[in-house]
Design a protein around this ligand. Structure first.
Ligand code: KIV
Ligand code: NA
Length: 278
């Protein structure tokens, strides 16, 4: 299988082939996503919420993104990897922004970066693209601005907001973004943007008119202790429940001396030990 890149991405839109993206944050999640045939992996700063236990994405640092991207890159060596630039790392000078981008690409081994924002960051997007780094845009609900937006609200509900989103999308395309994530946008507005642009839109809670879909790994698989239902998510497995019951059975078997069993122990004449670390 030939890995997807930003050149064959545009062709997929022309050919009306839906694009698939899922987040991943570590070696096993990345390799499993790759084996499942995903087109692109997003190392999202949602890792702040789903793997680090923060309330928002705001505390996430470039160090966090580099660390997790490295693990993902080792797990998915044949998949296009996009990494989020975290909160406040692309709002200073272009030099400062490019320094953070360099870290994510060179230390993290990402293939592209994602930045939240519209027309107001178009010149930044352009500078990153000119440096040879593919940029994925992200408009609609932009979680890094949650304190400004005043909550996780659906975007594009009135005409003024819809017009602003369309203008932002066009500005990002003009700046050289290879695609745009639309998060929590009304289906009508997301479909109109997708129709207007030559670059693909990747929706999350943005309906059926987008050129692709992205979801958070832990949402798709219920990989959490307390999954909260979200209307825009479909869960395809309940890994959290399986993990809890697997560990609880292990605990129980040790307590009752059912584990280790005869087949798990070594005698003096043991020859080969497989599966060790290191
Ligand atoms: O961080 C993330 O997971 C994201 C997706 C929700 C698009 O940005
Ligand atoms: Na994100």
């Amino acid at each position: 299988k030939r890995a997807l890149n930003i050149v064959n991405l545009k062709k997929m839109k022309q050919d009306k082939i839906p694009l698939t993206m899922i987040t991943a944050y570590d070696y096993p999640s990345a390799s499993l996503a790759e084996e499942a045939g995903i087109d692109m992996i997003l190392v999202g700063d949602s890792l702040g919420n789903v793997v680090l236990g923060y309330e928002t994405t705001i505390p996430v640092t470039v160090e966090d993104m580099v660390y997790h991207t490295r693990a993902v890159a080792r797990g998915a060596q044949h998949t296009f990897i996009v990494t989020d630039l975290p909160f406040m790392t692309y709002h200073g000078s272009i030099d400062e922004t490019l320094r953070e981008v360099r870290r994510v690409m060179q230390e993290g081994h990402a293939h592209a970066v994602k930045l939240e924002g519209g027309a107001e960051i178009a010149s930044t997007v352009q500078a990153v693209v000119q440096a040879g780094v593919p940029v994925l845009g992200h408009i609609g609900l932009t979680p890094q601005s949650v304190n400004q937006i005043g909550g996780y609200r659906i975007q594009g509900k009135d005409e003024k907001d819809a017009r602003r989103l369309m203008e932002d999308a066009k500005a990002l395309e003009q700046a050289g973004a290879f695609g745009i994530v639309l998060e929590l946008v009304t289906e009508e507005v997301a479909a109109a943007i997708s129709k207007e642009l030559a670059i693909p839109t990747i929706g999350i809670g943005a309906g059926r008119g987008c050129d692709g879909q992205v979801l958070v790994f832990h949402d798709v698989l219920k990989y959490t202790s307390a999954y909260r239902e979200k209307k825009f998510v479909k869960t395809y497995a309940d890994i959290g429940d399986q993990i809890r019951s697997g560990i609880s059975e292990y605990v129980n078997e040790v307590k009752t001396r059912a584990f280790p069993g005869e087949q798990h122990v070594f005698a003096a004449d043991e020859k080969v030990v497989d599966g060790l670390y290191g």
